[in-house]
Design a protein around this ligand. Structure first.
Ligand code: C5P
Length: 234
């Protein structure tokens, strides 16, 4: 496990990339779908590797694609590739397990946020380094948000309008003191959609830093079109 970028860096970035990407339609695992001729994972890892604080990158890949992913990333950056699990949380846990003990800060990213810029990696890492145990990039919510009663098979009934000024859309990379993330994973039995959710459950304060429009999550076919349009800016 000697894959190392900047020996002076204090950050490991985990890149879960083992999802199937059903919402993108049929095809390869999501992280291996192409954006402008290159897999999303390559875009994501290239940007993470360009952040000067990063010492180690660990990718959790689909178990059947380990050799292919190692080959794909070899020209991009030195990375450790492990097999992911059934849920995102399992993939993160598998990647976390190989992070060297002396790494102080661990960021958890998504291969699906392929255009998240190196500056975002740095700002999350800097906020953790400055003393916050858990840091997430977040953006204000632009839509009006309704709470509904999701009656199965029937019309959804609006229960109320949520005050959007107190809502944030949350992105990755999310940053943690290494020991805080490790403890949250040891304690978290249920599935979580993000790592900060686990840390919140443990009563640890989580702070927000400004997110980036470029860090959009590529989930549905339209997101690929938007990401391609954003590429010249990313
Ligand atoms: O499914 P979702 O869009 O939430 O996935 C977010 C990220 O987590 C993606 O990069 C995906 O590849 C990864 N993931 C994973 N292992 C899973 C499910 C998702 O690494 N079992």
């Amino acid at each position: 496990m000697t894959a190392q970028l900047n020996a002076d860096g204090d950050v490991a970035v985990l890149v879960p990339a083992a999802g199937s990407g059903v919402r993108l339609g049929p095809g390869a695992p999501k992280a291996l779908r192409l954006l402008a001729g290159e897999p999303l994972l390559v875009h994501a890892v290239r940007r993470v590797a360009a952040a000067p604080s990063v010492r180690t990158i660990v990718v959790a890949a689909p178990a059947a694609e380990l050799a292919a992913v190692r080959e794909l990333l070899a020209p991009v950056a030195p990375v450790i590739v492990v097999a992911g699990g059934a849920e995102r949380q399992d993939s993160v846990a598998a990647a976390l397990a190989v992070v060297p003990a002396d790494v102080a800060i661990v960021l958890v990213h998504d291969a699906a946020r392929a255009l998240a810029p190196p500056e975002l990696v740095e700002s999350v890492a800097a906020a953790v380094r400055s003393g916050h145990p858990a840091v997430i990039p977040a953006l204000p919510v632009v839509d009006t948000i309704k709470e509904v009663d999701p009656a199965p098979g029937g019309s959804e009934i609006v229960l109320g309008t949520v005050d959007r000024t107190v809502l944030r859309g949350v992105q990755t990379p999310q940053g943690f003191r290494h020991e805080v993330l490790a403890a949250a994973h040891r304690a978290a039995p249920a599935a979580h959609t993000d790592d900060a959710g686990m840390v919140e459950k443990a009563g640890i304060p989580v702070v927000c830093v400004p997110g980036s429009e470029l860090a959009l999550k590529i989930t549905r076919p339209l997101d690929l079109v938007i990401a391609e349009a954003l590429l010249p800016l990313a």
